[in-house]
Each structure stands twice: as C-alpha cells, then as structure tokens.
Design a binder for this molecule. Structure first.
Ligand code: NAD
Length: 365
C-alpha cells in the first residue's frame, strides 16, 4: 500500500454527512495554565470551586489553584470511576455547596469530575495532564461490581479545557508513551468508525501527525516542552475525532480482550492497532494513504510499526499475559461486536488470524 504524492495529500471529497461539533472553549499555552484558569473562573463568576485531583496530581493542582476560591480539594480518585467513589465525590460537592468543578489530572480524574457533573449539572473546567482525551468528549464511564457502564450526556462535557504542557513534564515517559499511543489509536480507528466523516477524518489525520512527532520527542527529551505540546495537541484532536466518529473495530477488539483476559489497557491498544491497520489498509486505500503521509512513511503499516518500535511499545499479546487458548473465543466475541462500517470483512477466520498475529507479535498481510 504505497502513498503516492497525490493521494497522500488529498482529502476525501465531501459527499453527504451529518456532523455534530461539541461546543467547548479550549485554551492552549505552556506556562499559561494558572492565568488561564483564574481567568476562566472569573468569567464564569464561580465562588466555590471543588478541585478534583488524584494523589499523584495533588501538588500540581494546589500550585495551579492557589489564589482561587477553592472550597474543597478532593483527591479520592480511582481509575474507571467505581460507583462508590462517584457517590463520595457527589456528597463532597453537595456538602461544600460548590459551583464549579476543576479537574486537574489524567482521564481518571476527569472521569470523576464527569460523574459529579452528571448528577449535579455543575460546569467542569478540565486541566488534563495526560493524553487520554476524556476532557474533549461528552462520554462518561462508571464501574459497578467490575462492570463498566458508559453513556453520553451533554452535562459531562467540560465547559473549558486548559492545556498547559508544563503540567505534563512530571508524567513518566512510559506512561506518556502508553497514553499517547492510546490517543493514536483514537485517530486511526476514527477513519473507519461508524460515524466517520471528512471533518473528524481531518482531525484524526492531523492528530496522527502531531502524535507521531510528539511522542518520539518526549522519549528523546522528556523535559523538553515541544514534544509535550505536540502530544497534547494531538491528544485533543484524537479525542474530538473519536467522540465524533465513534468506536471502530480496533476499540471493539481491545474491549473484548480487556474484558476476557484483564490485559493492560494501553499496551493492548499498542499491539492490536498495527494488526487492525494491516487488515483494513487494502480495503481503505485513501485512509491508509493519508495515515502513511501523516506517519511520514511510504506505507501506513510500516510507518506505525516503526513508530511503535521507536517508542519501545510492546509488540505481542502473549507478552501481556493473553493465553493462546483464548484466541478462538475472543475471535467469536469480536465478530459479534464488530461495527458494520469496517472496511475489511470481519469473519471468524479473519479475526482468528488477526488475533493469532497479535498474539505472536506481527501483522497479517
Ligand atoms: P490516569 O488518569 O489513571 O493517569 C495515570 C497515572 O498517571 C495516575 O497514577 C495519575 O495520577 C498519574 N498522573 C497523571 N498526570 C500526571 C502528571 N502530570 N505527573 C505525574 N503523574 C501523573 O490514566 P489516563 O490514561 O489518563 O486515563 C485513563 C482513564 O480515562 C480510563 O478510565 C479511561 O477509560 C478513561 N477515558 C475516558 C474517556 C472518555 O471520553 N470518557 C476518554 C479516554 C479515557
């Protein structure tokens, strides 16, 4: 699948589509987070803020919000928002009679602020410090008895997002890479997701371009601001594209694998993404050509594999603890869950060979 010059720079001709743009304010600037946040809180006329930040993020949040009218700082954050954790945070918000939620942290922290907004209608100002992208979506998630429920609600979309790359300098390189590869998966999978259209496609391609430059720069110079800024910019675009286009085959596969074998989330994405791209590229030449150009490669599959190797991301599901005996059951579950929009036919045979390749480490061409 070669990306010739014409095809790689071309955008798909707009035909008919129905696109919803979510409304939020985005303020971007390294070192500007504190001033931007103060300005936003004043503009909103808020007087009693609840700051949500996990324990690892607490120091960042305290520095960022000092001088603001903070009623309470809540650091009881747990990944995937267990329902009892959401209930405690909602109680704290009510007891302190807060009028705005300020989340400072990764997707888990943003997720908890969303859980409070979902029932209270309180506005959120989100200050993300990873590349998860939850701040740019109207999707909430909560876990009850190990079962994750998600939903879409306009109340959980942060009113304002403040991106300050300086706040991500303390994010360890391995977490930065895993989180960034997750964002890359949002971009790639958006191109063939159920609501893919030229607008979210443009964001996905530009997000791929930014992440594929930003992540290696972080690995090479973790204290450098340039790579962190590119990664944050790419992460925002990836989340907007994904929220708009919906979940494609890649995300369905990762969901099945995560649920069946309890595999680590970000690493599973990193392994599976190349296999889904190899499956779909021959059936989606335009998307593959645009991805290849964004990855600065003649070929999208090779470009992604090179990036993965450069970042030192795992390459095989067997290394993540998936048993080989689980391939058959997983393939059947993926066929059930696969979106109809997928360009390549999704059959038990094609999913079995894809998962076998992902298990061994490699791609099926
Ligand atoms: P995370 O929020 O759990 O953060 C990972 C770790 O990094 C945590 O220990 C955190 O405290 C720490 N951390 C964060 N920022 C830091 C910083 N600047 N310096 C040092 N440590 C820092 O992980 P994540 O990948 O950001 O988010 C994952 C969660 O987000 C999952 O639950 C996922 O389902 C959810 N998510 C939701 C959406 C959505 O649209 N609703 C989108 C993407 C992800």
């Amino acid at each position: 699948m070669r990306a010739d010059a014409d095809r790689s720079s071309a955008s798909p001709a707009p035909t008919r589509f129905d696109h919803l743009t979510l409304g939020q304010r985005v303020r971007f600037g390294a070192g500007q987070g504190r001033a931007s946040l103060a300005d936003e809180i004043e503009r909103m006329g808020a007087r009693r803020a609840m700051v949500v930040a996990a324990r690892d993020e607490r120091a960042l949040a305290e520095a960022l919000t000092s001088g603001l009218a903070v009623a309470v700082l809540h650091d009881d954050v747990v990944m995937h928002v267990p329902s009892e954790v959401a209930a405690r945070a909602r109680r704290v918000a009510a007891e302190h009679d807060v009028d705005v939620l300020i989340s400072v942290g990764g997707g888990s922290t943003t997720g908890l602020a969303k859980a409070v907004a979902l029932t209270s209608g309180l506005p959120i100002v989100a200050v993300p410090t990873t590349y998860a992208g939850s701040e740019a979506t109207d999707v909430w998630g909560m876990t009850e008895l190990s079962r994750k429920t998600t939903g879409v609600d306009p109340r959980v979309l942060p009113r304002t997002v403040i991106y300050d790359a300086e706040l991500t300098l303390s994010l360890p390189v391995d977490i930065s890479v895993a989180s960034g590869f997750n964002a890359l998966a949002h971009c790639v999978d958006s191109l063939w997701a159920p609501r893919a259209d030229p607008i979210n496609g443009a964001m996905a391609v530009e997000g791929t371009r930014a992440l594929s430059r930003g992540l290696p720069a972080i690995v090479e110079d973790p204290r450098g601001i340039g790579g962190r800024e590119l990664a944050l910019y790419g992460a925002y675009l990836s989340a907007v594209a994904f929220a708009s286009a919906g979940s494609g085959l890649h995300h369905k596969i990762c969901h099945v694998l995560g649920g069946m074998f309890d595999l680590p989330h970000a690493q599973t994405h990193a392994v599976v993404l190349g296999c889904v791209l190899a499956l779909n590229a021959p059936f989606a030449p335009e998307a593959a050509g645009r991805l290849a150009a964004a990855l600065e490669s003649d070929d999208a599959v090779t470009g992604l594999a090179r990036l993965r190797d450069r970042l030192g991301v795992p390459a095989a599901l067997r290394d993540l603890g998936m048993p080989e005996s689980g391939i058959g059951a997983a393939a059947s579950a993926v066929v059930e869950a696969a979106p109809e929009s997928n360009p390549a036919p999704v059959t038990t045979e094609s999913m079995t060979s894809l998962l076998r390749a992902a298990w061994r480490g490699g791609v099926e061409r």
